[in-house]
Design a protein around this ligand. Structure first.
Ligand code: WT7
Length: 655
């Protein structure tokens, strides 16, 4: 808890410069407070006004918020629109030749597409999907590298009303299989390989493997984009090349008008059980907040060059690459590679080369780049930058100060945006032309977002205190349900302990005496490793699926660069290994988890015991394991422990 106290004592405050505030879309705290007041006085009117102003509706809505089946809230339910139309068609008359995407490949090759060209490619691919008999409501899994084609695939699904589910290319065939079957996908869109840091990583073989695991009978087609030209196995009855599919397709495609509540996408994320949750998002409400936050938080101006470094496999890549920037008509960067290739100056060089104005990345990337070369940014001309952003985990004040001073040259406001896969868009974040910044705080909720911090009984806590982060009113871009499991949706986010009234974010938070929000981290069994969300139970299930393993418990431990590291305590079916044998088995298990879930989930450390610390009723005492993993003195009461001797064993790292 020392870290929390230290940030709560953070005294430095950085108000926006007068010049910045003057040109901003939201000019100053008064303007922010006026919007908050509007939302408080007429909540539905506030959202309805923005939905009318920001979205192009095929059929206007007359209902705003429908709470009749809470917590399954509906927004703008009788309105009809199309997300792809809102991202592409509506720019065709005003700015067809503006660059929509500047794509930079891993090897540095740059490709630009205009709005007209992107529209043409999306329409052609959408017609291709239709020729495969893919229709409104069908689920399509996308397992692609960062590419123009990944965005074309997403937009094309949206155009025909198919619900996409993007699976991060770093996930294993097993994780892919789990998502394909859960979603009941009718098609998978992939590439032969992806390029990252000069290395080719196969994608199509993982799809073949996933589909070979059984239970994927719903999948009729696999569309394969040729990225590297590598040899791939081919199933003629099922597989089709991207270029063959679009060849000869018409370059216009009438959008499928869908209800505002129509599921635009599913995105799987980790929860506190072993099974990932298919977070279902809407079309209208989701797109509304993608647009509003582009304008409010990123202060979008038509002259911006916007760069969000996330992968489209995460929600950040959905809202701030595939939809938000296009919906406002921005020019954005799409980057295939990694921040450290060919060297740790890659991000800074790209900002210089493309004259990036708004740069949005993760604290873990910032920390790793500080380590790799704290002075490197000074070698590049970063004067085009005007706003910096972070997302994914709390940023420590030291990393914040470096970002502010060395990258932003003390000129650029930092927007530390708190949100989640489930929230669809930013929720608690500074507004760059209004909010006085405090390093490490995500500051205040956006207008219309009724965030609060409550105790176990659901009562608001006073300023200066901590508790559970909740959102007290439904908001347009919120999760609609968990695909195929509405009960789990209710139990996870509207648990009865809190009266079932508030959305429970799953984060602990504090509010300081000035009312600033400080996110502490997850309160459930979810880890945040390099900004990626991992369920401890998921990793445990992967470990016990190994024939050597009898039992496993996984906890997090603070990590300088990754935020959190994964520590696994393992009991083997055979005797507890030691020395070289222990090392060998530990490596084997790490690789195993990499194959089961994906490389991001590999434990940083594995320790072996004859047993795990359990209460007499058989419950694993994770609190103790957390202390052991951190190398802390055990101060907790161990009197309920069935087997206290085990603690000494687990304190021993594998050497
Ligand atoms: C969890 C959500 C939202 C896109 C990326 C992650 C943590 C996210 C912040 C922030 C402190 C943050 C929370 C949250 N988180 N942003 N600015 N400050 N913590 O999406 O995978 O759904 O993870 O990430 O713990 O609950 P996600």
């Amino acid at each position: 808890m020392a870290a929390i106290e230290s940030v709560l004592q953070e005294k430095r405050v950085f108000p926006p410069s007068e010049a910045f505030a003057k040109q901003a879309n939201i000019k100053g705290m008064d303007a922010y407070l006026a919007l908050c007041k509007e939302a408080e006085q007429d909540y539905e009117g506030f959202w309805a006004r923005h939905a009318r102003e920001q979205l192009t509706w095929h059929k206007p809505f007359t209902q705003v918020l429908d709470e009749s089946n809470a917590p399954f809230y509906r927004w703008f339910a009788d309105g009809m629109l199309n997300a792809s139309y809102n991202c592409l068609d509506r720019h065709l008359s005003t700015q067809p030749d503006k660059t929509a995407i500047i794509f930079e490949a891993d090897d540095g090759k740059v490709t630009r597409v205009s709005y007209r060209e992107l529209y043409r490619r999306v329409c052609q691919f959408a017609n291709g999907l239709k020729s495969l008999k893919i229709r409104k409501g069908d689920r399509v899994v996308i397992y692609m590298p960062m590419s123009i084609e990944a965005i074309v695939a997403m937009q094309a699904c949206a155009r025909i009303g198919a619900t996409h589910s993007v699976v991060f290319g770093g996930f294993s065939s097993k994780s892919l299989h789990e998502r394909i079957t859960d979603a009941g996908a009718c098609a998978v869109i992939t590439a032969d390989e992806q390029m990252r840091g000069g290395r080719a990583i196969p994608l199509k073989p993982a799809v073949d493997e996933a589909l070979g695991m059984g239970g994927c009978e719903s999948v009729k087609t696999v569309v394969v984009y040729k990225r590297t030209g590598a040899n791939v196995a081919w199933h003629a009855a099922r597989d089709i090349w991207w270029h063959d599919l679009v060849n000869g397709q018409a370059d216009t495609c009438e959008p499928e008008w869908v209800e505002a509540e129509h599921p635009l996408f599913l995105l799987y994320t980790s929860g506190s059980t072993g099974k990932p949750k298919g977070v279902q998002h809407s079309t209208g409400g989701y797109l509304l907040q993608a647009i509003l936050t582009m304008r409010w938080v990123f202060d979008y101006k038509p002259s911006d060059i916007f760069w969000c470094t996330a992968d489209v496999g995460w929600v950040t890549g959905h809202t701030y690459i595939a939809y938000g920037p296009l919906a406002v008509g921005a020019t954005e960067i799409v980057f295939e590679g990694v921040p450290t290739y060919p060297d740790a100056g890659r991000f800074w060089k790209m900002i210089q080369d493309h004259k990036v104005t708004v740069f949005y990345t993760a604290p873990t990337a910032i920390r790793s780049l500080i380590k790799a070369g704290a002075d490197l940014p000074k070698k590049y001309d970063l004067s085009s930058l005007r706003i910096l952003g972070t997302v994914g985990e709390p940023i420590n004040p030291e990393a914040w100060m470096w970002y502010y001073e060395t990258v932003g040259n003390k000129r650029c406001p930092i927007v530390d945006t708190w949100w989640q896969t489930e929230t669809g868009g930013h929720m608690i974040t500074p507004l760059p032309g209004a909010t006085p910044l405090k390093p490490g705080s995500c500051t205040f909720p956006l207008p219309g977002i009724m965030a609060d911090i409550v105790d176990e009984t659901g009562q608001s806590v006073e300023k200066g205190k901590g508790g559970f982060l909740v959102i007290k009113r439904p908001w347009p871009s919120m999760i609609r349900t968990i695909w195929g499991d509405p009960e789990r949706f209710k139990k996870s986010y509207y648990p009865s302990d809190f009266g079932g009234k508030y959305y429970l974010a799953g984060d602990g938070a504090n509010r300081d005496m000035d009312g600033y929000f400080w996110i502490v981290g997850r309160i459930d069994d979810v880890l945040n490793v390099s900004g990626h969300r991992l369920g401890t139970m998921e990793i445990e299930s992967a470990l016990v699926a190994n024939p050597l393993v009898a039992e496993a418990a996984v906890v997090g431990r603070p990590h300088e660069v990754k935020g959190e590291a994964v520590v696994a305590f393992v009991v083997l079916k055979g005797p507890r290994p030691s020395g070289e044998e222990a090392q060998k088995v530990a490596n084997q298990l790490r690789e195993w988890v990499g194959k089961e879930i994906g490389p991001i989930a590999k434990p940083d450390e594995i320790r072996f015991g004859d047993n795990l610390p359990k209460t007499r009723s058989g419950k694993i005492m994770r609190r103790l394991l957390r202390s052991i993993a951190r190398g802390e003195e055990i101060t907790q009461d161990v009197s309920t422990l069935e087997n206290p001797a085990i603690l000494e064993q687990l304190k021993q790292p594998v050497q």
